[in-house]
Design a protein around this ligand. Structure first.
Ligand code: CA
Length: 403
């Protein structure tokens, strides 16, 4: 069967076409690829072969030049790619440029500029509040419904799916212990998130409004915000997470352009508090996304968090992170925050799934409170596409190694 003839309902059909960076296993040369079914199309070579004016953006070792080119170019490139993979007269030209996924190595698809992580799920925030502040009158802190809470993370330790994660060491202190101890984290966790990738930069001093989201953001990926809960609990007061999260953040190898996700746009949950004008999204186009995430530990599904339940949208997060005049750079990455739905099987981290270790998960290979050495965590997702199709978002996977 030709790689162009995809099975009915393939989530990586011509309606999807996510971008990545690959190299053939026998050459070190990295270049931009587009996923079609279980193959990757060498997009740069295709552009050169077909005389596209955008070949220069696609024959690169990262997506950054394409990201920087802006929305008009993104649409043109996507339009061309869609035409190429669906035009039967081009099959002969393109067939040698399609490589089975099993024959390529996938790399970090873009050079990460700044990395920010948010905290946008009300269910996650309330569960975390109930676990860490059991005596508080309200499980949400007073600012939560007024602004998207976030912190600056570490761009240099963002890694692509498939990269091993070394268990971090650090200080931890049990509430009753007289002094902190040092050693490998005993409470290594994951956070199932969605990452948004900035393309077009902005000028310092000029906030990006809610309406600027689709001008500046190129697409999204899956993101696992590995978190050492014991290190976090001791260090986070008063400035927030630091070494508990900066050791590694994993992203999927495929960046799905926003244009592939138009059919997945939904309204976010009803706003329970009036918002300041720069965050007020009660009018305008729906800015939420219906993404169905699945979390597996060693191949066993432990959770299915629905992204549509996120209170703060990616557009609001972008508006908020620039409202003080901070500028965007091409390659900026911002995480949504842990995705947790209202139901127990929709919680996006082990902290919530096991209630901080109180209720272990029963896996086929034994009980889990937090991750053990050798565990492989895989997040995968899909979104509704046009005409009842599915848009595959790929996966982000990582194995825990002893620290
Ligand atoms: Ca996080």
């Amino acid at each position: 069967m030709s790689p162009f003839d995809l099975p009915e309902g393939d989530p990586f059909g011509p309606h999807n076409l996510p971008y990545g960076v690959f190299s053939l296993r026998d050459s070190g040369q990295r270049t931009v690829g587009v996923r079609l079914g279980d193959h990757v199309l060498d997009a740069g070579a295709a552009a050169r072969a077909l005389g596209s004016p955008h070949a220069g953006l696609l024959t690169r070792p990262t997506l950054n030049p394409l990201l920087a080119a802006g929305r008009t170019t993104w649409s043109e490139v996507r339009g061309s790619l869609t035409e190429w993979v669906t035009d039967p007269s081009l099959r002969e030209t393109l067939a040698p440029l399609l490589h089975p996924l099993s024959s390529v190595a996938l790399h970090l698809p873009f050079e990460v500029a700044d990395y920010v992580d948010f905290y946008a799920s009300e269910h996650h925030a309330r569960n975390a509040g109930a676990i860490f502040r059991p005596d508080a009158a309200d499980t949400l802190l007073p600012n939560w419904k007024h602004l998207p809470i976030g912190y600056h993370g570490r761009a240099g330790t963002v890694v692509v799916s498939g990269t091993d994660i070394v268990r971090p060491s650090g200080q931890r202190k049990a509430p009753t212990a007289p002094a902190p101890v040092f050693g490998p984290s005993a409470r290594l966790d994951i956070e199932a998130e969605v990452g948004f990738v900035v393309g077009t930069p902005s000028q310092q001093g000029r906030p990006v409004p809610l309406s600027g989201f689709r001008e500046h953001v190129f697409g999204l990926c899956l993101l696992n915000d590995w978190s050492a809960r014991d290190i976090q609990a001791w260090e986070y007061v008063p400035l927030g997470p630091f070494l508990a999260k900066s050791f590694a953040t994993s992203v999927s190898a495929w960046i799905t352009p926003l244009e592939a996700l138009d059919a997945a746009r939904v309204s976010p949950p009803e706003r329970t508090h009036p918002l300041l004008p720069y965050l007020d999204d009660t009018s305008g186009e729906p800015a939420g996304y219906d993404l169905r995430i699945s979390v597996a530990v060693n191949g066993h599904v432990v959770s299915e968090p629905p992204f549509s339940t996120m209170y703060w949208t990616a557009a609001q997060q972008l508006a908020h992170m620039t409202v003080n005049g901070a500028s965007l750079r091409t390659g900026d990455l911002y995480g949504s925050g842990t995705v947790s739905g209202p139901a127990e099987h929709q919680r996006g981290c082990l902290l919530e799934l096991t209630w901080n270790g109180r209720d272990p998960l029963e896996l086929p290979d034994g009980k889990r409170t937090y991750l053990e050495d050798g565990d492989v965590v895989t997040l995968s997702a899909w979104a509704p596409g046009p005409d009842g199709s599915r848009v595959g978002l790929g996966e982000v996977s990582g194995r825990v190694l002893a620290g």
